[in-house]
Design a protein around this ligand. Structure first.
Ligand SMILES: [Zn+2]
Length: 148
């Protein structure tokens, strides 16, 4: 049996506190996890607070309710605890939380819908946390696209 002197995994975690380069709201669909790692590397992020939930920013684009309260609460807590510098919102193609690509007439309409959802989510976060810059990204199978 494991004891306090006999860890299941021996590993040195950083013990110093940090300022978060970003709070990232990302879908837990594992097909896009490597994209997140590549994005973080390109951005030079050292520390991020990752809110990884089904649908990514979907809850922030939707009606008031428990899901939206939970996700915006996580963002605000990140800012409070870690002085978070920016918020990154993500939605992706073929997201199960939206019924997958099969729910859309064609790939262009699917993307356009996600873009409108991302703008709605961004507007909501900006209203809730006006001091923090918010960027919204659409993740596709060929890369990550910043939404204007
Ligand atoms: Zn998803």
């Amino acid at each position: 049996m494991a004891t306090l002197t006999d860890p299941a995994v021996k590993f040195k975690s950083q013990s110093e506190h940090y300022t978060a380069d970003a709070c990232v709201v990302w879908c837990y669909d594992d097909r896009f996890y490597k994209l997140l790692k590549a994005f973080g590397k390109k951005q030079g992020f050292k520390n991020i607070d990752l809110v990884k939930v089904a649908g990514g920013a979907k809850a922030l684009a939707g009606e008031a309710g428990a899901d939206r309260d939970f996700v915006i609460g996580q963002v605000k807590t990140s800012v409070r605890l870690h002085g978070t510098k920016r918020v990154i919102l993500m939605l992706h193609r073929d997201c199960g939380a939206y019924g997958g690509s099969k729910s859309f007439e064609d790939p262009e309409k699917e993307r356009a819908y996600y873009e409108s959802q991302l703008r709605a989510a961004r507007d909501f976060v900006k209203k809730e946390a006006p001091a923090i810059p918010v960027d919204a990204y659409f993740a596709d199978f060929d890369g990550l696209y910043l939404i204007d």
